[in-house]
Design a protein around this ligand. Structure first.
Ligand SMILES: [Zn+2]
Length: 238
């Protein structure tokens, strides 16, 4: 944790920008480089030469790599082989970043195959919140390779103000009212300030975060298709 934090801090100071990394690769390889930074965890590094230009695709996290790791990348691109020991350990140390997009690169995708989240969000916002919710909504990413097993169908992050809906819901077999219910649930999180409540029943420091408070549950039941949605969830998880 601390190590990652320090690494990231150092990364901010000593890390590469997209341009400086490209220039560095060009200098090392002695040819023009076209660098594409990806969020693709399935392929960390690839390189091929086309019309004299080295086309490099590299995971974004390597902007924070130190020069020893970059040296391994250069050597791999140049000789098509080499020990990738530091490269691999860098990937291992940064595993937690694999599923996350860099904050400035949040990709928002609202249209799914079956459901349009923007449409659902606007409807619910007008009907239940007087249009007051200004969160961003998006389908979550299907990052299966390193994804932590999650049972959650949706999430809301207060720090980024983003509602993410699990793409498993974008199916013909999932009724629209159920997707709407999950969206409504997450929008409730956005509307209710999570209360820090001192619980006298708890030992230790006694502080407990009540995420789904009584107030939350009361408002959750105000959803038009609440009973239908709960019943469908029960049936489909049985
Ligand atoms: Zn919740």
């Amino acid at each position: 944790m601390l190590k990652n934090f320090i690494q990231r801090q150092l990364g901010l100071i000593f890390g590469y920008s997209e341009n400086s990394l490209r220039r560095h690769l060009e200098a090392c390889l002695g040819r023009p480089v076209s660098l594409v930074l990806t969020d693709n965890s399935a392929s960390m590094l690839s390189g091929r030469i086309k019309d004299g230009v080295m086309l490099v695709r590299l995971h974004r996290m390597f902007l924070d790599a130190d020069s020893a790791v970059i040296d391994e990348i250069v050597s791999m691109l140049r000789h098509r082989k080499g020990k990738m020991t530091l490269f691999r350990s860098f990937v291992r140390d940064n595993r937690d970043r694999l599923c996350k997009k860099a904050p400035q690169k949040i990709s928002v995708k609202t249209t799914g195959r079956y459901y349009d989240l923007r449409e659902l969000f606007d409807e619910i916002n007008a009907e239940y919140f007087d249009g007051a919710i200004d969160a961003i909504i998006t389908w979550g990413s299907k990052c299966s390779r390193y994804a932590v097993k999650r049972r959650t169908l949706g999430s809301y992050s207060g720090s980024t103000n983003i509602v993410r809906i699990n793409p498993v819901l974008d199916k013909k077999t999932v009724p629209r009212y159920f997707v709407a219910f999950v969206v409504y649930h997450e929008m409730l999180h956005a509307s209710i300030i999570v209360s820090d409540k001192v619980s006298s029943a708890t030992s230790g420091n006694g502080r407990r975060r009540i995420v789904h408070s009584r107030e939350f549950k009361k408002r959750e039941r105000l959803f038009r298709d609440y009973q239908k949605a709960i019943a469908w969830e029960k049936r489909s998880s049985a």
